[in-house]
Design a protein. Structure first.
Length: 474
């Protein structure tokens, strides 16, 4: 017997919205049809004419747990995701301790399993731990990175010299290397030149477009020269220069027709689509993140590139800091903005404004991220039969102003205050309602770990991961 029948929904079919019913069995999509004519099921959901799309997969969040849980933890972060229509996240390694070895991985996995209301993958850090990369890959990390080519939050950066060795090691495992591309040398030079500059946009001038362009160029070159080239994914690209270089390298790759080695993808963060340096006047230090805000022309280019397919995915780079921590001079303010809960609402509102089609939004927030990060093999990123019933319900007419007070992150502000959003009226994860439009109704710890392709199991098929029994919860 099916578990759930969803009636009065509308789904995408060949670019058009059509009336539909959705059947769910064992947490997976059983089928979608105009009408099923069945009368036995455990649960009936009346979608009330809502549009239903695959829930978002956010490939870039920093949930600050372990270590800085006053900013966010796995419960608050995952509740924020659920309320924003995200049911899968990849969490990045720059926590305290960082995920750079077995101990760091085990602490994070244990916490996430206890607290997360949504499914999650854990990324492995790459710094001076090249001898540990194979070990954390076997433990089940999703992908490597973000690999910081310049100084950023958490201090996990790597020199260009070591990057080649790391990429070669990652290439050997046929894993994915996610790159935070900013050139450290140019950043340092600009820090010096602009030492006494108090301009509101100084952070964007210390890390100009060229900073990203040089790093992307270097990274592609280093990867080509590596003993074994790795698959590369550039996180939060923010400039036309970087996107053009990546597009060129992608073209070379597809004409070479080789296997996975050297394949390149990239993503953009909502703040590089919907905000620009013009917003510094409104945001001040709240608009500080890495890579920094760009011109409004650059932001317009990024939307075009997302539409045209040059950019493959959107990810929030959710990086919460409290308002009091940001309330300091620009240079000492921490970098990062929250965004996991506003990613889908902003994207859906952009459909309303004809900036993107709904079909493209689904591709860049679910279908593509699932394939880039290897989550499709775990049932993520599609509404086809057999995939996880991870669903986002929304009313396309329900545009509301984004307000920090309505969000579920522990972070007490949003850079999108007052901007248009279309929030989900319901979110399902593996067939369970986890957000009912008013509150998170999911049990803490229901979220499942999504192991990477390198996970090693014992003879019984059980992951080899072992916990140190004595590491304590706070
Ligand atoms: Zn980053």
């Amino acid at each position: 017997m099916p578990d759930v029948l969803i009636q009065n929904a509308r789904v995408l079919d060949g670019g058009q919205l059509v009336p539909a019913e959705i059947l769910i069995e064992d947490g997976k999509i059983k089928g979608i049809a105009k009408e099923f004519r069945i009368s036995s099921y455990d649960e009936l959901i009346n979608a009330k004419n809502a549009v239903v799309i695959p829930a978002g997969i956010d490939g870039h969040v920093h949930f600050r747990d372990p270590g800085l849980t006053y900013k966010e933890d796995w419960y608050s972060g995952s509740c924020s995701a659920a309320a924003g229509g995200i049911t899968t996240v990849l969490e990045h390694p720059n926590t305290i301790p960082p995920v750079i070895d077995k101990a760091g991985f085990s602490v994070k996995l244990k916490r996430a399993q206890k607290r997360s209301v949504i499914d999650f993958g854990i990324n492995g850090g790459v710094t001076n731990n090249i001898d540990k990369l194979k070990e954390i890959w076997r433990l089940g990390i999703s992908v490597f990175g973000e690999i910081f080519m310049a100084e950023s939050t958490g201090g996990l950066n790597i020199s260009n010299n070591m990057l080649g060795d790391a990429l070669s090691e990652i290439g050997e495992m046929d894993a994915l290397a996610c790159i935070h591309a900013e050139d450290e040398a140019l950043r340092l030079i600009n820090e010096g030149i602009l030492k006494n500059d108090t301009g509101i946009d100084v952070h964007s001038r210390i890390r100009p477009n060229e900073c990203e362009e040089i790093a992307v160029h270097d990274c592609i070159r280093i990867n080509k020269e590596a003993a074994v080239s790795s698959r590369l994914h550039f996180c939060h690209t923010s400039t036309p220069e970087a996107v053009s270089l990546i597009a060129k390298a992608q073209k070379e790759f597809s004409s070479a027709g080789a296997g996975n080695a050297g394949k390149i993808t990239c993503e953009v963060a909502p703040h590089h689509l919907f905000l620009s340096t013009k917003d510094y006047a409104r945001l001040g230090t709240l608009g500080k993140m890495n890579p920094p805000l760009r011109s409004s022309d650059d932001a317009a280019y990024m939307i075009r590139a997302l539409n045209s397919g040059l950019i493959n995915a959107v990810a929030s780079d959710h990086a919460p800091h409290m308002q009091y921590e940001k309330d300091v001079p620009m240079r000492s303010a921490p970098s990062g903005v929250p965004g996991v809960e506003t990613l889908m609402p902003l994207m859906l509102a952009s459909v309303r404004k004809n900036m993107l089609s709904l079909e493209r939004v689904v591709q860049v927030t679910s279908f593509n991220p699932a394939r880039i990060f290897g989550l499709d093999r775990l049932g993520k990123g599609s509404m086809d039969e057999g995939y996880d019933a991870d669903l986002l319900f929304f009313d396309p007419k329900n545009v509301v102003p984004i307000q920090s007070k309505n969000l579920h992150t522990r972070c007490d502000w949003t850079p999108y205050e007052g901007m248009d959003g279309i929030f989900p009226s319901m979110t399902l994860s593996r067939g369970d309602v986890i957000w009912d439009g008013y509150q998170v109704v999911a049990k803490k710890g229901r979220g499942q770990f999504l192991p990477g392709a390198g996970l090693q199991t014992d003879e019984d098929g059980k992951p080899i991961t072992v916990f140190d029994d004595d590491d304590d919860e706070e």
